[in-house]
Write a protein that binds this ligand. Structure first.
Ligand code: GZL
Length: 328
């Protein structure tokens, strides 16, 4: 509860630059220091589970190269214990700054305290943690997932306005315990509460992967006779659902409408083809902002406690217009 109200307050004051509390107020970090002014960053990535993650990794690696940041990078294969191990190794190596995308919200206080005690600043990117102690990290750069869920739900309320009778929704949730899964669900449910005909009849995690989305959708199609809409927390699970829907002899985008989040190339292609009906963008290109924040943090400068990324939504017509120029 605290995290959500905290994020809500911060989200509301995002644009007002606020001093970031706590942490190393000496302006120095536990890093290589010395005469060499090259910043060494340890980045603990979630994994390579989706097209979004691939684009996010590419953005971070390219931005580090461009900024002259010495990047130590690890892929945790979506396992929290691997991310914790990586963070501990960055502390051992005395990097100047640690950045990571927490695979799940909880269970980070101990290792983040170790980084703080080693005087190494931490930047959260993409996903949040639910720690009550906000001095454990300098800033959180990433999307507002509740807003993303709301945009998805608001589109469905409008699209269903002329539909008589119940609209049965099945939900493909992201990784259990992950901030985007928790918040996209919350935002969507808040938005569809406006229309009592809209009901989530089944909801299960597909772990943000295409195979997970396909497997869960196959089960939904077996258990639930009349599904009208799929709400998938990311494109990859939506693309897996399309495979299952077509294998069941139904037409995705027509017999069963599909709403997803991300707007990666494969998702936008399915949207342009009419197999997906609406996509809420989640911007993975965080690299440049991350390197800029890291330089400020290592120099002991104030940074905003929360930096929300800009993103939009797409209909099939809009996807057709922008598909060729999409970076990812
Ligand atoms: C959202 C990010 C999510 C994407 C998924 O910022 O954490 O993780 O929506 C990815 O595609 O797996």
């Amino acid at each position: 509860m605290f995290r959500k109200s905290f994020v809500a307050v911060i989200a509301a004051t995002t644009l007002a630059l606020t001093a970031c509390g706590g942490g190393s107020d000496t302006g120095t970090s536990g890093g290589s220091g010395g005469g060499d002014d090259t910043i060494t960053m340890g980045f603990a990535q979630v994994g390579a589970e989706s097209g979004w993650r691939t684009a996010n990794t590419k953005s971070i690696q390219e931005a580090a190269e461009a900024a002259g940041v010495d990047l130590k990078f690890s892929d945790a294969q979506q396992k929290q214990e691997n991310q914790i191990k990586a963070i501990r190794s960055y502390i051992q190596q005395q990097v100047d700054v640690i950045a990571f995308s927490p695979v799940v919200e909880s269970g980070w206080d101990t290792v983040l305290k170790e980084a703080k005690d080693a005087n190494i600043p931490v930047i959260l990117t993409d996903r949040a943690v639910d720690s009550a102690d906000t001095s454990l990290y300098k800033t959180f750069l990433g999307s507002d997932f509740i807003e993303e869920g709301k945009k998805a739900g608001e589109w469905l309320v409008e699209d269903s306005a002329s539909t008589e009778g119940p609209v049965n929704i099945v939900e493909l949730q992201g990784t259990t315990g992950a901030a985007p899964a928790i918040d996209r669900k919350e935002g969507f449910e808040a938005a569809i509460a406006a229309d009592p005909d809209l009901t989530i009849v089944e909801s299960q995690t597909g772990d943000f992967t295409r195979s997970g989305g396909k497997q869960v959708m196959e089960a939904f199609l077996k258990n639930t006779p009349d599904i009208d809409v799929v709400y998938a927390h990311n494109d990859d699970m939506g693309l897996g659902a399309i495979e299952a829907i077509e294998a069941a002899g139904k037409v995705p985008g027509k017999d069963i409408k599909i709403i997803t989040v991300d707007a990666v190339k494969d998702g936008m292609t399915a949207l342009a083809d009419g197999k997906i009906n609406f996509i809420v963008e989640c911007n993975p290109l965080l690299g440049e902002q991350l390197m800029d924040l890291a330089a400020k943090v290592v120099a002991g400068e104030e940074v905003p406690a929360r930096v929300v990324t800009e993103e939009t939504t797409f209909t099939p017509e809009q996807a057709k217009e922008v598909l060729a120029s999409r970076e990812y």
